[in-house]
Design a protein around this ligand. Structure first.
Ligand SMILES: *Cc1c(COP(=O)(O)O)cnc(C)c1O
Length: 226
């Protein structure tokens, strides 16, 4: 068995265990294999092992890979998106996890309308208040959500977050709880969202315990990035 396949199988087992431990149906949790900097041959190994959603951070890098690998799998955009790349992002991706401003929402909507497409998006929420991080802070996320609901070619499906890096995965838990609570607050205001995209190689089990429906896992599947 290739190491990518072995890694994938282990990740799936860990997802299932974390789900069961927290009384959830493992089928509620979708695995995004994060393939930034990973070359197509190794991505194909992951697809053969069973990966069906790939996550990419850079539009141009993803474009080359999608041309080579094709669309038998879903491609999700998880990186910071600049408005001038919105057109390509709409063409290339099945979902965008990282919507972080009203201006970007409006641009994506305009581009999606031209493509005759309804683009599924999640709002990236910055819960740590770190200036170096992208994402909208709590109240702003709510403003973006309200705006997106009026945009016909965007479909708002959920919230995404990325806590600061900690050696101990337990340290991520408060951020995952906050994201779930923000989703609950939005529901109380009539904005009901289906997805929570949270948890990476280091902390995806904790994220599942706190309600993640998408986990974004790179290193634990493909090994350390070069
Ligand atoms: C790189 C990246 C991941 C995956 O990180 P790993 O620690 O390698 O699992 C997940 N989400 C985002 C937004 C990323 O940029």
């Amino acid at each position: 068995m290739s190491s990518i396949k072995e890694n994938y199988v282990k990740v799936i087992e860990r997802v299932e265990k974390a789900a069961k431990r927290s009384g959830r149906d493992p089928k509620e949790i979708k695995l995004v294999a994060v393939s930034k900097t990973v070359e197509p041959a190794r991505i194909k190994e992951a697809i053969e092992a069973g990966v069906s959603i790939l996550g990419e951070n850079y539009v141009q890098e993803a474009q080359r890979k999608i041309e080579e690998i094709g669309r038998s799998v879903s491609w999700h955009f998880i990186g910071h998106l600049q408005s001038n790349k919105a057109k390509y992002a709409v063409r290339l991706f099945d979902m965008i996890h990282s919507l972080d401003s009203i201006a970007l929402a409006e641009e994506l909507n305009r581009r999606a309308e031209r493509e005759g497409k309804v683009m599924e998006v999640m709002i990236e929420v910055n819960l740590s208040g770190e200036a170096s991080k992208f994402g909208a802070e709590g109240e702003k996320a709510l403003d973006i959500a309200r705006r997106v609901l009026d945009l016909k070619n965007l479909s708002l499906v959920g919230l995404m977050t990325m806590p600061p890096y900690f050696d101990s995965p337990e340290m991520s838990r408060p951020y995952f709880i906050q994201l779930r609570e923000l989703k609950e607050r939005m529901a109380a205001q009539g904005i009901s969202l289906r997805e929570l995209s949270m948890g990476m190689s280091n902390d995806f089990e904790i994220a599942i315990e706190e309600g993640a429906t998408y986990v974004r896992v790179g290193t634990a599947i493909f090994g350390p990035r070069r």
